[in-house]
Design a protein around this ligand. Structure first.
Ligand SMILES: Cc1cc2nc3c(=O)[nH]c(=O)nc-3n(C[C@H](O)[C@H](O)[C@H](O)COP(=O)(O)O)c2cc1C
Ligand code: SF4
Length: 430
């Protein structure tokens, strides 16, 4: 049976970003029902029962995370929406924000109600100029129609939403750096514990959730946890998912499919197959730049949290970066390393220094000045970064370095032997 989109059901239709179009398509009915018939506790249980796992990268169970909030009510509780989306290859949240902001907004209001929050913060990547405009308009419309503000739909529940623009740092997508940035400080990740659910924004209990995660909450409120839990690969990989296809494919873009769709189906059927028929598939990064690379021989895999861990990588942000035989794996890693060296916040020595070392070593390999010991040196430095940093940014570059070198070791050694890049004339990643 063809798959009916749920998250992208409105996106792209004329006027999809307006509240009138959203209401005409049945929008805000889930919120009406929940405010009338449910309670915050029941809503948390509903999200737990749906099996929803966070779509921001780590795949943590959303309802379980909400359950970590302290039982006491002596401090305000905050919901921060992570719309910083800066992971290379990832562009799904942007589509939701620009094309169906009310689907996201309804999920935010429902989630805020569930965790008993009265002020939510929408932290949006500063460069999303169009997204900022569209979302602010959606917020204004929601206030005007009584979906935000005091006594929402006569329920007695109050919620304010503040839109906050980031200033262009990838690290501010890391949840504790995001909190620091919201508080007006430099976006430096905090040491955990304490976790934000206990000590978060302004020292108060805080939940941070991804945009796509919250759009899924709208679906759960509309049609119930039991229905939601049948989509995908239950019980641990439920729901619809947005996949970002980029690199050497004919039709790059955002595609929706259930969790557990075969990777090759996304590449061949959704994205139209490889760009150049004379160049076979070489490798795929299945979950955004921070994840381990899969060689073509391992691409017969399902796109869900657990299948990708079993295959040696992770779903991450579900950004599928496709590389054909014309891609130099030293060059591709160098391009990544430059990004991470630039974006490291510099707090931890292994990350600050290690990312610089990666760039230096990869540049000399690519320039034909590599030494035989450089190949192992890359892995050695990566092993010293992994597990030794304040935030997972360290792993976000250590894992690619380890996996690119291990999987394509012969290519790295060839750069040393040949004193340069064997693919220099043809190498590209997009
Ligand atoms: C370096 C780094 C960047 C991140 N960037 C984002 C981001 O742009 N958006 C996002 O939702 N999560 C990002 N995360 C993950 C967040 O820290 C956090 O896990 C997520 O927002 C939780 O939401 P979820 O439970 O709904 O998935 C990033 C993590 C790291 C380490
Ligand atoms: S791992 Fe890197 S980005 Fe994260 S806190 Fe340390 S230096 Fe900053």
């Amino acid at each position: 049976m063809p798959y009916e989109p749920l998250l992208l059901r409105n996106a792209g239709k004329p006027g999809s970003e307006t509240i009138d179009a959203y209401l005409a398509s049945g929008g805000y009915q889930g919120l009406r029902r929940v405010l009338k018939e449910s309670t915050p506790e029941k809503m948390v249980e509903e999200v737990k029962a749906s099996g929803l796992r966070g779509r921001g990268g780590a795949g943590f169970a959303t309802g379980v995370k909400w359950g970590f909030l302290p039982k006491t009510r002596d401090k305000p509780r905050y919901l921060c929406i992570n719309a910083d989306e800066s992971e290379p290859g990832t562009f799904k949240d942007r589509l939701l924000i620009e094309k169906d902001p009310h689907l996201v907004l309804e999920g935010i209001i429902l989630s805020a109600y569930a965790i008993e929050c009265r002020t939510a913060f929408f932290y949006i990547r500063g460069e999303f100029h169009q997204g900022c405009r569209v979302f602010q308009r959606a917020v204004d419309e929601a206030y005007a129609k009584g979906f935000l503000g005091k006594n929402i739909l006569g329920s007695g529940y109050d919620l304010d939403l503040v839109l906050y623009r980031g200033a262009g740092a990838y690290i501010c997508g890391e949840e504790t750096a995001l909190l620091e940035s919201l508080e007006g400080k430099r976006g430096l990740p905090r040491i955990k514990p304490p976790f934000p659910a206990i000590v978060g924004l302004y020292g108060c209990p805080t939940i941070i959730n991804n945009v796509e995660t919250l759009a899924n909450v709208t679906l759960i409120a509309e049609r119930g946890a039991a229905w939601y839990a049948t989509i995908g690969r239950p019980p641990k990989n439920t729901g619809p998912k947005l996949y970002c296809l980029s690199g050497h494919v004919k039709r790059p873009g955002v595609y929706e499919a259930p969790l557990g769709v075969p990777l090759m189906e996304l590449i061949e059927e959704r994205a139209g197959g490889l760009l150049r028929p004379d160049r076979p598939l070489k490798a795929v990064v299945p979950g955004g730049s921070s994840m381990r690379i899969l060689p073509a021989s391992k691409c017969d895999v399902l796109m869900d949290f657990d299948s990708l861990v079993a295959a040696g990588s992770m779903l991450g942000s579900a950004a599928v970066i496709v590389m054909d035989a014309g891609t130099c794996m030293v060059w591709a890693l160098l391009s990544l390393a430059r990004f991470y060296a630039h974006e490291s916040c510099g707090q931890c020595t292994p990350c600050r220094e290690g990312t610089g070392w990666f760039v230096k070593i990869l540049e000399r390999l690519e320039a034909g000045q590599g030494r035989p010991e450089d190949v192992d040196l890359l892995t050695d430095v990566a092993n010293k970064v992994e597990g030794n940093t304040i935030c997972p940014f360290g792993e976000a570059i250590a894992w690619p370095v380890q996996s690119y070198v291990k999987t394509f070791r012969e290519e790295y050694e060839e750069h040393v032997r040949r004193k340069g890049c064997p693919l220099a004339a043809t190498a590209t990643v997009s």
